[in-house]
Design a binder for this molecule. Sequence first.
Ligand code: ADP
Ligand code: MG
Length: 258
Amino acid sequence: MSIPSIVVERLSKTFGQHPVLRDIDFTIHAGEMVALIGPSGSGKSTLLRHLIGLTRGDRGAAGRVRLQGREVQAGGRLARASRQQRCRTGYIFQQFNLVGRLSVLTNVLIGRLGCMPRGRALFGRFTPEERDMARRALARVGLEALADQRANTLSGGQMQRVAIARVLMQDTDVILADEPIASLDPRSAREVMQILERVNAEDGRTVVITLHQVEVARRFCKRAIALKAGRLYFDGPIGELTDGRLTALYENAGLDEL
Ligand code: ADP
Ligand code: MG
């Protein structure tokens, strides 16, 4: 039996007096592609950040999170994720977080920085092998032809594909994507989802992705984890998320949620 990718045990989190995650438990196995859904403010982003330890020195957290068998959080403390651990988890953001004035290729190479020995993590010090690797990553997201263009000249959908190529430069076993298609038009959104699907299927990387649109989750993910007001509301095959359950999930949420 392989080590589970992500194990979350009794994870709780409060911001001041405000509970945001309450006693969350789940296990995600290597190679799964899981949709994390729930209304705005239900705690999806907070949960995703806790999976990698992006929130440091966190006093309001309790419970355990293990990533690839290694503790990211024990009790109230977040262990400082090791360099190697950070390199092995790719994070994709709604707003892409590219460096606009740099070339597409350099933005992809930046994915390599966290994996380098400290001394070499300086711009312009990439090896020819790394440059080849970056071009291959760009080819996988269909943007090889744009390698030398400045990142800020791209469309939103292209920028997100560059962000995925950047993640492919890390030796990631786990990709966490927080609303990666929320600011994209439907066609770009579909392309980005198809790329993530391929990366999951071909490389066996675990993908956890927060999504606004339940129909997109249905199309691309077998399993859904749903949060409602910081509690685990549903965890199982997405086909078991019936209309009735979905209505109850988004009950009392804003109209824009469905
Ligand atoms: P989601 O991603 O599902 O929309 P979030 O995880 O962003 O939800 O937020 C969950 C709750 O935590 C919200 O009520 C939000 O206002 C609160 N929250 C998130 N980040 C902070 C923070 N840094 N300080 C205080 N409250 C926060
Ligand atoms: Mg969010």
